[in-house]
Each structure stands twice: as C-alpha cells, then as structure tokens.
Design a protein around this ligand. Structure first.
Ligand SMILES: Nc1ncnc2c1ncn2[C@@H]1O[C@H](COP(=O)(O)OP(=O)(O)O)[C@@H](O)[C@H]1O
Ligand SMILES: [Mg+2]
Length: 236
C-alpha cells in the first residue's frame, strides 16, 4: 500500500477533429494521496472529464502515465483495465447512469456479481449499502420511482459495491437541488471517514468544492495552483 493513490505524470490528450487537433490535456502532473477528498474545478471544456476518464482507465492518454495505487495502468490491455475499474475504482456521474429496468437493489448488486474475485454476497452487500445511505425504504424501487437525490445515492452505493479504494465523481451534484447535493457530499465524506476511501470530485459547484480537502484547478488542459490549497489535509 502506497500513500499516493493517484499519480499523473505528463498526461497529455490530443483528439483529432477534422484537420485540427484538440489539446484536451497539456501535460498534467499531480498526486492525490490515499484518503484525500480532492475537488477538480475549471471552466467548461478545460479537460476535467477527460482527465477523470483517463485516471479511471476509461480512456488512455496520448502521452504520459497514470499510476493507481502504485500500479501503472497506462499500458494495460482492456481486460486488465476492466479488472482495475471493477475492483479499485467506483464511478459516480452527473446523470446517475442507473439501469432503468433494474431496482435499486439490483443496480447495486450488479458490480458484485461481475467481480472476478467476488468478495461479497451481491444481494446482502447491496442491501447493506443502500441501508447505510438511508434508502432502506427504496430497495425495490426502479430509478424512475426515485428522486434525483435518491438516484444519486443508489449510484453511490453501486460505486461502493466492491469496496474500491478510489471513488471518482464527475459533477455528482450537477443535476441536484442544493439540499440533495449537500446530502451527496455528506455521504462522500462519511465514506471517506469510514473506509479511508480516496474521493476525486469534478465539480462546478463552489459550495461542494469548498468542502473538499484540496482544490485542483484545470484551465485549458493545464493544472494550475496544485500547491496552493492543500492546508486542510494533514499530510503526515
Ligand atoms: N470525444 C471527443 N472528441 C473531440 N473532442 C473532445 C472529445 N471529448 C472532449 N473533447 C474536447 O476536449 C476538451 C475537454 O473536454 P472535457 O474534458 O469534456 O472538458 P470539461 O469536462 O472540463 O468540460 C474540450 O475542448 C472538448 O470539446
Ligand atoms: Mg465535463
């Protein structure tokens, strides 16, 4: 176990667009420590989602490398990446991305069923997580029968299904009212306290960002001020 959960070195992403090249990321260097809650902020189009996707092994960089928990994922093949995503990383998205035909319980149980090294009974695990997120009365509801805030809590439970050391959230409160957004943030903080989970949150929401340990600013594909706002997190 290393203290650094995420290390990005010179991460560059170039995307071809017709005759042009979009420089989505221009050499991002950063380290995120185990157990930190870090906010990534920046204008629309600055590369936040691209960076999150690359950190999470959903996308690969044009240049540079990413280490997750001391393991270089940059040159892994699709099978190896799938395994890392399933076991080490939980994802939370702005629009929840739940499967509409499945109940809350079934949505959360799914990643446990798909784990190669299954550590839990899927149904029991799903129920425990949903109860801990205050959804004990909603186990058998489908997404369309839940509010936005409830759906996002189901999505958080799903992200936690295989007890990953790393949670990544892309605008998790972007589609929620203030109160539901605050509940989502509370949940993420509780998860960190309870399990020591590292949490990376891309957000436009200043209130949410201000509750993190540290804020990284991404502007035009470059990380700026990495060194500035890290006072709240005790690095020892
Ligand atoms: N699949 C893609 N094809 C072409 N351009 C893309 C693609 N994904 C993102 N981009 C471009 O890369 C840049 C960064 O996008 P993104 O990471 O989505 O920014 P953010 O999440 O900060 O709004 C933008 O200029 C965007 O238009
Ligand atoms: Mg985005």
């Amino acid at each position: 176990m290393t203290d650094v959960m995420i290390r990005a070195v010179g991460v560059t992403k170039e995307l071809p667009l017709g005759q042009h090249t979009i420089h989505a990321l221009r050499g991002v260097d950063m380290e995120i420590l185990s157990g930190e809650i870090v906010g990534i902020v920046g204008p629309s189009g600055s590369g936040k989602s691209t960076l999150l996707g690359i950190i999470g092994g959903l996308d690969s960089p044009t240049q540079g490398k990413i280490e997750i928990d001391g393991v270089d994922i940059t040159r892994m093949n699709e099978d190896q990446l799938t395994e890392i995503r399933n076991e080490k990383i939980g994802f939370i998205f702005q629009f929840f991305n739940l499967i509409p035909t499945l109940t809350a319980l079934e949505n959360v149980a799914l990643p446990v069923q798909f784990a190669r090294k299954r550590a839990y009974n899927p149904e029991k695990r799903a129920k425990e997580l949903l109860v801990s997120l205050g959804l004990q009365d909603r186990l058998n509801h489908r997404p369309s029968e839940l509010s936005g805030g409830q759906q996002q809590r189901v999505a958080i439970a799903r992200a936690l299904a295989n007890n990953p050391p790393l949670l990544m959230a892309d605008e998790p409160t972007g589609n929620l009212d203030t109160e539901s957004g605050a509940a989502v943030l509370d949940s993420l903080q509780n998860i960190r306290s309870e399990f020591g989970t590292t949490v990376v949150i891309v957000t436009h929401d200043r209130e949410l960002a201000s509750q993190t340990d540290r804020i990284l600013h991404l502007i035009d594909g470059k990380m700026v001020e990495d060194a500035v706002e890290k006072h709240k997190f005790n690095r020892t």
